[in-house]
Design a protein around this ligand. Structure first.
Ligand SMILES: [Zn+2]
Length: 229
């Protein structure tokens, strides 16, 4: 990636990268800690997910186990809550938090939550533009004198990624809010354990916040370069 002259955005991007590294490490350690905290009732991630879906009147979403670590996600196309093997079969506070969060996305889908709809609509555009943006930017720099518009097209592609990471924020925060509402409202988690689940989800949300900040500053950085030409 061409970094250009050192300026405020450049320094800010390095600071954000360092903060991102710290947040990611903290997230890992918090999840590791709370995956050892079991809660009474013996519910596994799968049980938690199925109960939360049913309590929300959702019966057409399947809860399935998916290979890998931190691979948990909700797939709106197949209507499946995919839980990683450790979350699926674990009855820890961390597993309950993750399972409920993914169900939060299933509830958003069922209720046609607008930011989720917008985010889903952007997925194909973003996967294309994030793959090609850097190449278009580089080509745009090389062809700056003959075809100046190309650099701005590259910036437009970076802007799509920035918008996407901003729309991701309400989607993720809202899924965690729905998760906590159900976990505490159903008395699945109480007192200290509810606080632990909330803490784990808060750290997960911060990783999305850092990613969004990084995307916005990257965009500002390239706009700055384009305007100086
Ligand atoms: Zn999520």
């Amino acid at each position: 990636m061409y970094l250009g002259p050192i300026n405020a955005e450049w320094v800010l991007l390095i600071v954000i990268a360092i903060v991102g590294f710290i947040v990611q490490a903290k997230l890992q350690s918090v999840f590791k800690k709370y995956s050892k905290v079991m809660f009474p009732g013996g519910l596994t991630g799968k049980d938690v997910a199925e109960r939360m879906l049913h309590d929300n009147g959702i019966y057409d979403v399947k809860v399935v186990s998916t290979p890998g670590h931190l691979t948990d996600h909700y797939n709106p196309a197949t209507k499946t809550v995919n839980l990683s093997e450790s979350v699926y079969s674990s009855n820890s506070v961390a597993a309950a938090a993750v399972a409920a969060h993914e169900c939060g996305h299933a509830v958003q889908h069922a209720r046609e939550y607008a930011p989720l709809k917008m985010r889903s609509a952007l997925v194909p555009v973003v996967s294309f533009s994030s793959q090609w943006a850097m190449w278009v930017i580089i080509a745009g720099m090389l062809l700056l004198n003959t075809y100046p518009a190309l650099f701005w097209i590259g910036i437009g592609m970076i802007a799509v990624s920035a918008v996407f990471s901003l729309i991701t924020l309400p989607v993720e925060y809202n899924a965690s809010a729905r998760a906590m509402e159900w976990l505490t409202g159903s008395y699945t988690l109480k007192g200290e354990q509810a606080a632990q689940a909330k803490e784990a989800l808060a750290w997960a949300a911060r990783t999305y916040l850092v990613a969004a900040l990084s995307a916005v500053v990257t965009l500002i950085y390239y706009i700055g370069i384009a305007r100086r030409q």
